[in-house]
Design a protein. Structure first.
Length: 346
């Protein structure tokens, strides 16, 4: 399989290759674009485009607004990621959970230059946008967010296609040891602490974990129905890992702010979001404080290690978009390390 010479960041190169693929895949030689591919630039990991096909005789799902996700970096890794992501979306969707339905996926990089997936586009606005500038709506929207998360954690994991050998903590620790070794870091002190304390989260009650659950990955429509997107980090394991992921993201994720008002109120809004999320989640499912603290420490350490790797080998060396490095604040690694140390004290 020879990669096609397509720059995934250039719509004018992606569009004709995608059109050629769709015509062959759907046996629709006259297919065109009602809406040409336009890149959605907010994502860190994949090159993501919105588009809408047009043509006679198209199957109904292909007549809607769609999303193209292209997976950068090593081709074998990208092929594994696209297979995992489409399989978990199909799994949860088949069980009635609101996730975009994958329509096609290809591992062959000779088609568009990278492995890719085509799926439905969720209808509505990002939950974060729905919250911005409307403080009176935040409480109700946080409730929707919690309901969506609890519903995911209550799904039956039987038949889930994601890897599930060993506990989630053991799998995470193995991945981090391998990454640290590849960077020549040996056994970082934080990793040794996580290894020594892993019994806190064993054994585990298994759930489907999204592992990137936050208001920018939740789309809400005009009727208040939510859809969860971006399943590339999903795993089977302790739901406390998923809760911790959300908390670490809400507390540490970089925030630009579109205007002075948003920048001024952001610290208060962040606190309200975190406290409201935890309080409402606890009303629906119990949270083990010790488990949660361990997972917060692990996730903060893991992201710090990931960002360190990005600095050493570059974004595409770890399978994410080249422009991601420009979005990460200079002090983000230290912020995550500080978060880890705070949780490791408990």
């Amino acid at each position: 399989m020879t990669p096609s010479a397509i720059d995934p960041s250039r719509p004018e190169r992606v569009a004709p290759a995608l059109l050629e693929y769709l015509r062959a895949h759907l046996d629709a030689p006259r297919l065109t674009f009602a809406e040409a591919p336009q890149e959605i630039g907010d994502g860190w990991e994949t090159h993501t485009y919105s588009f809408r096909p047009a043509g006679e005789g198209l199957p109904e799902p292909w007549q809607r607004p769609l999303i193209l996700r292209m997976y950068p970096g090593d081709f074998d890794r990208g092929a594994e990621r696209v297979e995992r992501e489409q399989s978990i979306q199909r799994f949860v969707r088949a069980r009635g959970y609101p996730a975009p339905l994958p329509l096609a996926h290809e591992k062959d990089p000779s088609i568009l230059g990278l492995p890719f997936m085509v799926m439905e586009r969720a209808s509505g606005a990002m939950l974060m946008d729905a919250m911005s500038g409307r403080p009176w709506r935040v409480g109700g929207l946080v409730l929707r967010m919690v309901e969506l998360h609890v519903r995911l954690h209550q799904l039956d994991v039987g038949g889930c296609p994601l890897p599930s050998e060993g506990t989630l903590a053991e799998r995470k620790l193995m991945e981090m040891r391998a990454l640290a070794a590849s960077l020549g870091l040996g056994e970082p002190e934080g990793l040794a602490w996580l290894e020594a304390k892993k019994d806190i989260v064993m054994p585990e009650e298994r759930s489907v974990c999204h592992n990137d659950f936050h208001p920018l990955n939740i789309v809400i429509d005009g009727e208040g129905q939510c859809c969860l997107i971006d399943w590339s980090g999903a795993a089977v394991g302790d739901r406390h890992c998923d809760i911790a992921t959300t908390l670490v993201l809400l507390r540490t994720a970089p925030f630009q702010g579109r205007n002075l008002f948003e920048r001024l109120v952001h610290p208060l809004a962040r606190w309200l979001l975190v406290s409201g999320y935890q309080r409402r989640y606890r009303r629906r499912l119990p949270i083990d404080t010790a488990r949660l603290r361990y997972w917060e420490a692990l996730r903060a350490f893991e992201w710090g290690l990931f960002l360190t790797a990005m600095r050493v080998v570059g974004p595409e060396g770890i399978g994410i978009k080249a422009d991601t490095a420009d979005r990460v604040p200079a002090d983000q690694i230290e912020r995550l390390q500080r978060y880890f140390r705070q949780r490791a004290k408990g």
